[in-house]
Design a protein around this ligand. Sequence first.
Ligand code: DGT
Ligand code: CA
Ligand code: CA
Ligand code: ZN
Length: 586
Amino acid sequence: MNKIEIAAILTDIGTLLELKGENPFKIRAYQAGARLVEAMSEEELDRRIAAGTLEEVKGIGDALAQKITELKATGRLGFHDQLKASIPPGLVEMLRIPGVGPKKVKALHERLGIDSIAALQQACAQGRVAGLEGFGEKTQEKILEGIRNREQYGRRHLWTEAWETAEPILAGLRRLPQVRQAEHAGSLRRRLETVGDLDFLVATDDPKPVADWFVAQPGVREVTAHGETKASVRLETGIQADLRLVPPAQFVSALHHFTGSKDHNVQLRQRALARGLSLSEWGLFSAEHKHGPSAEPGAPRPPGPLVAVKSEAALFQKLGLAYIPPELREGLGEIEAAEQGTLPELVEEADIRGVFHNHTTASDGHNTLEEMTAAAQALGLEYLGIADHSKSSVQARGLTEARLREQIAAIRALNASGRFQCHVFAGTECDILPDGSLDYPEDLRAELDYVVVSVHSAFRQGREDMTRRIIRAIEQPHVTMLGHLTGRLLLEREGYEVDADRIVDAAVARGVVIELNASPWRLDMDWRLWRKAAAKGLLTSINPDAHRTEQLAYYRLGVGVARKGWLTKAAVLNTKPLAQMKQWLA
Ligand code: DGT
Ligand code: CA
Ligand code: CA
Ligand code: ZN
């Protein structure tokens, strides 16, 4: 187990103890222990475990040191397993409702006997929760809203989660000897930020064994269809998956059809008809009749000869169009642009040279500055921008001015040491305070290489106040970019309301960048707004907002979303090589 997995278990123990109403000191010891483990480098943790010197770290007592050592050695902890087994699983599930923490769960369980989300919903609906001490009408309403959102959102899945489920399935399909070609289709292939169900398409002359494999693969909870042209399953993760099986000659048209979107398909079919062609999942057909006009009234018109196409590019070409990448197939003008030859040359993963807006253990990140730098370098990035939280973000352990100055010095020293090829830019994610002023003064901002400004408080201000607040923030000196425009958390909470057009205009006027926050929960600013914004001259930066080393790779997800927003390499700041980037920031 690495330090992050160990810390996660310690945190979990803290939560479980809190649910049991254990001694607050004991709870805090586990929470603090988790943080201390995270803040250590992997090497230090190994060294201390080997030397038996964990207890020397202030805040780690004997009992904790023993548990950490056991986790490191065996990857398990008997104490944790027993603790988990002693608590009804419904209580842990209730923690996923926004605003419901361990103390509330405990009170609900002890005083009202509530041990599941369903029971909680019922109690709220009957007004029994509002009467509890520490709850009230407002809390009750918020809990209900949280439960309703969960149900509504529960039908969709974050793109990354869907991708992680889908990749091994596609790989499995491709390994089957009967499979000639296999692809993802649907919203996953179009890189929509959330995915309803997975769609797979296979070309085969022998569909039965393929469908049989699909419904029997590990992770299948329920089979909802099992035929030779289509099979559907529900997976353990709750995601549903459709497999379509077609003869090889039909693969291209079926892939196009099942990639969608529906709007794109409808528009393309109309275009085909206008050109004397008929397009469907079965193929592209010439509409001319071979069979004369003798068909019965109302019978489907027999198709004319098949127009063979070897690739999607060829399919588009037959319709007089340039190739439209899947990300753009949303029926939002891509067909017109493909006709006029004005489709953008989309940014690609390989264009990204470095990443801004990343956290370290100095605030709420899980890896040290050095670990983050090593990881960025391993990804082949030329530069890494650090942007820890500012002092008002207390819950995220935001840096005081003195601590930020120390961090700047540490970053300069690291660059000077030559330890890493990857250059580190010193930045901040500076809070935009409720009145639009900034959490750090101008002279300190001037010492940094770059400044991200973000809203993390007073979310319910209303559209007009929030818009003015953000514009005021980005109009101040030494502001490089605006973080997560709406603060949304996909499938969890809506963002705060803003007038995006006005903020974009203000950013363009001041030469401020708006980030494309590439965290899978955010993907904010939304792809639907980028095409128009970039046309106004807005630059973006694809920012992973990484809180641990593995999350640096989120920039790849951000590239997918940028492509969906029609963005070119030129519209993305962090495609600049290091020397140009330094110049631009200066
Ligand atoms: P999702 O699953 O809700 O995230 O979105 P999609 O786009 O993956 O939709 P899905 O799985 O229902 O269907 C996959 C594709 O199949 C869809 O993008 C386009 C095509 N398709 C499905 N139903 C229709 C339809 O009624 N008309 C047309 N033209 N295409 C359809
Ligand atoms: Ca789908
Ligand atoms: Ca589907
Ligand atoms: Zn933030």
